[in-house]
Design a protein around this ligand. Structure first.
Ligand code: GDG
Length: 481
């Protein structure tokens, strides 16, 4: 039977949930990407008639739409120039810094904005093509902020939700964007907007009041009637994302992962304390601050090798963007200095791994680590913190967590830190190491309970329930009658 070409449930994200793999004989295969979003959407897609619209990751012509893992995948073409301008440029060199407290300066280029508009329109057209009448459309993240209004224009019959995976900036920072009104108007095309924290939703509401003159009340923004369009209200609220607790917990309990965790500790020389960091190599993650605190603790003699060692996995990321190149140089110079000054033959102070690993290896690392260092300067949520907790079925380990992550708003039993305060960060690391095992177990048990009760399925269900509860749009009613 031929596959239907329209769907009742449509997801749109910058990337499709698969990676293209070319086999030894040149045949193309698609492998599911390991990310949390894919797992979350799996459970949402189950029993639904679902399609996913996104970029396949290669430039030039997009592959024909295809069926994979129970979903209809609809690739959107993005040219090499658009990757530079829409993705690396506007998304990651303009929006990303503004939305993360301008840790590095944002760069504004009008051609980048034009590419962003163009690619967003292409996504909206693809969605309009695959969405069935009255479909639910769930748009993801900062790369696609114009899509809600563009889809609404093309398809007033569908219900549109958007989820912001990263922070939404305070209005004073958002105001720097020359295209601030267009971005807000783009988002307000949605029926419901979900954010990681209440503060993010409030920042958005405030921006609408200040830059669009919209009237706002609590979580809602009301737009006046305009050019024949009736007045309407859009809700913006917090629905914090989470992890697949059940799946990851089960993985961490497998004998293979447990053996591998023991093997990792042994191959590191069985240190008394193993510190771990796992991040995309991104300036938002506070890797430099973490290294500085560790270096000072070694220099002060409060920590020493081989009793203590630190494994930092820094997954390659956005390597063509200048700020990321600079960060890599700084991190690698610092690691070299720390090892030069504090390492010994067979026992380096830092094991720095600029690589990415399979899920099983990540779970084993989490299980092996005594202290997990999550020290971002700003992070929408930080799933690594929740993954660490999920893997600790032994109630072992300790989580050091920055107050500038979304995760901190849920994980109050972590050892909280302000990564800008190096002295405070050092004290927190020492406290996490030194706290008695039974006290750490109590904290870990509470952290695990929180993540188990608020897993990724709860997140998706809450988002969709809020979208479902959005007021019926007058034009949709008209259309349906
Ligand atoms: C954005 C927001 C928000 C990393 N290295 C490897 C690997 N990872 C996985 C982690 C985790 C994911 O990548 C990273 O998620 P984070 O949440 O930590 O950070 P971002 O990439 O910045 O994600 C963030 C998130 O969106 C979701 O809304 O929490 O705030 O910035 O799952 O485990 N996975 C594997 N190998 C690696 O080497 N398999």
């Amino acid at each position: 039977m031929a596959r239907r070409t329209t769907f009742d449930f449509v997801i749109a994200a910058n990337r499709l949930p698969v990676d293209r793999v070319v086999g030894p004989d040149g045949e193309v295969e698609w492998h599911r990407s390991p990310g949390g979003l894919v797992t979350a959407m799996d459970s949402v897609m189950r029993g639904r008639d679902g399609a996913w619209v996104g970029w396949a990751g290669d430039t030039g012509d997009a592959p024909e739409p295809f069926d994979e893992a129970g979903m209809w995948l609809h690739p959107v073409p993005v040219s090499a120039e658009e990757v530079e301008q829409y993705y690396e440029g506007f998304s990651n060199d303009t929006l990303w810094p503004i939305y993360h407290d301008v840790i590095v300066p944002a760069r504004f280029r009008r051609v980048w904005w034009q590419a962003y508009e163009r690619v967003n329109r292409r996504f909206a057209e693809a969605i309009a093509e695959v969405a069935a009448k009255g479909a639910v459309v769930w748009v993801h993240d900062y790369q696609l902020q114009l899509v809600p209004a563009m889809v609404r224009e093309l398809r007033p019959d569908v219900r549109i939700g958007w989820f912001d995976h990263i922070p939404f900036p305070p209005v004073e920072l958002f105001a720097q964007l020359p295209w601030r009104q267009q971005l807000l108007t783009g988002l307000l095309g949605a029926d419901y907007l979900g954010f990681q924290r209440q503060a993010d939703a409030q920042n958005f509401v405030r921006a609408c009041r200040q830059h669009l003159g919209a009237s706002t009340k609590g979580e809602t923004v009301t737009l006046p009637s305009d050019e024949g369009r009736p007045q309407r209200t859009v809700r913006a609220s917090a629905v914090p994302i989470s992890v697949d607790f059940e799946g990851l917990d089960a993985l961490a309990r497998t004998p293979e992962v447990q053996e591998r965790a023991a093997e990792i500790r042994a191959s590191l020389g069985s240190p008394k304390t193993l510190l771990l960091g796992v991040d995309r190599l991104d300036y938002t993650k506070g890797i430099r601050h973490r290294l500085k605190a560790y270096e000072e603790l070694l220099a002060d003699g409060r920590l020493s090798t081989p009793d203590v060692t630190f494994v930092q996995v820094a997954t390659p990321s956005r390597e063509r963007v200048e700020a990321y190149k600079q960060l890599r140089t700084e991190v690698e110079t610092t690691v070299g200095r720390i090892n030069g000054n504090h390492g010994a033959i067979g026992s380096p102070a830092v094991h720095y791994l600029h690589q990415s690993y399979p899920r099983e290896e990540m779970a084993a690392l989490f299980l092996a680590a005594d202290v997990m260092l999550v020290t971002p300067l700003r992070d929408g949520m930080n799933l690594v913190a929740k993954e660490y907790v999920t893997c600790r079925h032994d109630n072992g380990g300790a989580l050091v967590l920055s107050e500038f992550t979304g995760a901190w708003h849920e994980l109050h039993q972590a050892f909280v830190c302000n990564p800008h305060d190096i002295e405070g960060l050092k004290q927190t690391i020492l406290r996490a190491i030194g706290t008695e095992a039974k006290d750490k177990e109590r904290l870990m048990r509470a952290l695990r309970r929180r993540v188990a009760d608020h897993d990724v399925r709860v997140w998706a269900d809450r988002f969709l329930a809020n979208l479902e509860a959005a007021p019926e749009r007058p034009e949709r009613r008209r259309d349906a009658s």
